[in-house]
Write a protein that binds this ligand. Structure first.
Ligand SMILES: C[S@@+](CC[C@H](N)C(=O)[O-])C[C@H]1O[C@@H](n2cnc3c(N)ncnc32)[C@H](O)[C@@H]1O
Length: 495
């Protein structure tokens, strides 16, 4: 068998999660929605996890070993570039680019291969015996990863190298051919894997076929064509289904554009239609789909809309926050099986978790700052933003209004950001209320947030009605444009 060697591989080779590595998860937020009719497991809650995926997978293994039907990952490609997400301030403020993660591997290819290898070994353990994994890559690294995957999954379980071809952006090079496709490696865990012939994954007929389609006297479509011994014929070829079973070259899925409904402002966001084909082909309803580099949450949003359970993970707080808003706003997104319509349904319940960490000092992405004199920054950052609310109580009904949000480090913020702040609420991207906090997890019982397509933030909550008298804690959570989370707790009495 051919094996790839690189510096450091031997040390990473034998990986089995040991008890010390399984760090407990901490609840960040719980969203409870009435069960959608397409869910059968009463107790399941989808999971969005903030954390480094090696620790996250290690911690998931205890409960989910051999439980996950599909893993799709879109890891950094080792492109040597930075990726950004776009953050808009307030309702009409400027859009700022914030560097979200760096895809530069100081220690080179060896370090990158070690990183991916360890994680792929762990991911394999999570897959059911009928499960599959899809790894989204490009020309930078895919040929190395193919060899590694043959080693981990077995060359006999290699199913496809999918080419996702898209129109190239205007590239100026004349020194080589313009690169215009990504590569998705598809492996199954065994020879007995789920693969569905579902008409919803079909590719459309080419324009040539579409133009040539005619209806016969029974209303069935056909075109004239076919060949025999190299000779063209003019036979009626009947069309049974809407489209053709997909080849391994996918050129029918456009890249995300800023004017589309699915656009989240995340520079490496993948199209929902790509994930639709993968999820429908390789899973059945109520299977678990996971993405451990979930970015803006494309895999999770599509899995949700297709009635699959999901687990997502990202290292980056802003990516997790973007996904939270994307799932909460699913109602307004495209219906994945009927693209011209909106989905129009709430998501199923989900939970945001994080791998337990100590008390972190708050930090602001340097792109928002005037300069980055570290000592001065550390001092200022220890002071948290100041959040003020008004609570209106009318018998057993309570309403909350946001009335102030002050950041103590305003002098450190760049002029570009400052000039976009008109009112205090321009700082705020999301706020939520738990009207009945029990010293456990924050239950999201009401929220308002800004989305790429709808910028209005409601500063007053709906009125919440308590059903029995007693003392209650209300917890209010805000997330600002810097990604800083603030929490305020109040006690109220219902008589
Ligand atoms: C290419 S993006 C994924 C984009 C995603 N497919 C989408 O459609 O939005 C890769 C993501 O992996 C995350 N990431 C990189 N290294 C990670 C790690 N070790 N653990 C968890 N997430 C990681 C980055 O923060 C980034 O959001």
């Amino acid at each position: 068998m051919v094996n790839l060697k690189w510096k450091g591989k031997e040390e990473t080779k034998v990986i089995s999660p040991n008890a010390n590595e399984t760090i407990p998860f901490q609840n960040v937020e719980i969203y409870q929605f009435p069960k959608n009719d397409n869910k059968s497991d009463e107790n399941w809650e989808n999971l969005l996890i903030l954390g480094e995926n090696k620790s996250v997978i290690n911690s998931l293994l205890r409960k989910f070993e051999k439980k996950i039907s599909l893993i799709y990952i879109d890891p950094p490609f080792a492109t040597g570039g930075d990726f950004n997400l776009k953050i808009q301030i307030g309702e009409e403020g400027d859009i700022l680019d914030k560097i979200s993660y760096t895809d530069k591997w100081g220690a080179g290819l060896d370090a990158y291969l070690n990183f991916l290898y360890e994680r792929l070994v762990l991911m394999r353990k999570l897959l059911t015996n009928q499960g599959s994994i899809y790894i989204h890559l490009d020309w930078h690294i895919s040929h190395y990863v193919k060899v590694i995957m043959d080693e981990i999954f077995g060359i006999e379980n290699f199913r496809n190298e999918i080419i996702w071809a898209y129109p190239a952006a205007s590239v100026k090079t004349r020194r080589f051919f313009i690169r215009s496709y990504d590569i998705i490696l598809f492996y199954s865990k065994s020879d007995n894997f789920v693969f569905n012939d579902d008409p919803n994954i079909y590719m459309e007929y080419s324009n040539r076929v579409k133009n040539a389609l005619k209806k016969d006297e029974h209303g069935v479509f056909y075109y004239r064509g076919g060949s025999h011994n190299g000779k063209k014929l003019s036979r009626k070829v009947y069309v049974e289904k809407e489209g053709i079973f997909p080849r391994d070259v996918w050129n029918d899925i456009p890249y995300i554009r800023a004017n589309t409904l699915e656009y989240q402002g995340f520079s490496t966001q993948k199209p929902e239609r790509l994930l639709k084909r993968i999820i429908l082909a390789s899973t059945n309803k109520n299977d678990i789909v996971a993405d451990f580099f979930s970015g803006s949450g494309t895999t999770l949003a599509v899995a949700e809309k297709l009635g699959r359970f999901w687990i997502g993970c990202d290292l980056h707080k802003q990516a997790v926050h973007m996904t939270r808003k994307r799932i909460l706003n699913l109602r307004e997104s495209n219906d994945i099986l009927n693209w011209k319509k909106r989905y129009q349904r709430d998501p199923n319940s989900f939970r945001i978790l994080m791998i337990e960490k100590g008390n972190e000092a708050i930090s602001i992405p340097t792109e928002f700052l005037k300069n980055t004199n570290e000592e001065a920054l550390k001092l200022q950052m220890n002071e948290r933003p100041n959040l003020n609310v008004r609570i209106r109580q009318n018998d057993n009904k309570v309403e909350i209004e946001l009335i102030e949000y002050k950041v103590p480090f305003i002098d450190l913020i760049s002029e570009k950001v400052q000039k976009n702040i008109g009112v205090f609420s321009d700082f705020i991207d999301y706020w939520a209320i738990d009207f009945d906090y029990n010293n456990d997890s924050f239950k999201n019982m009401w929220f308002s947030c800004r989305n790429p397509k709808s910028r209005i933030l409601s500063l007053k909550s709906n009125s919440y009605q308590y059903n029995s008298s007693g003392s209650y804690y209300i917890v209010i959570k805000t997330i600002d444009i810097f990604g800083i989370e603030s929490i305020k707790k109040f006690k109220i009495k219902i008589t």
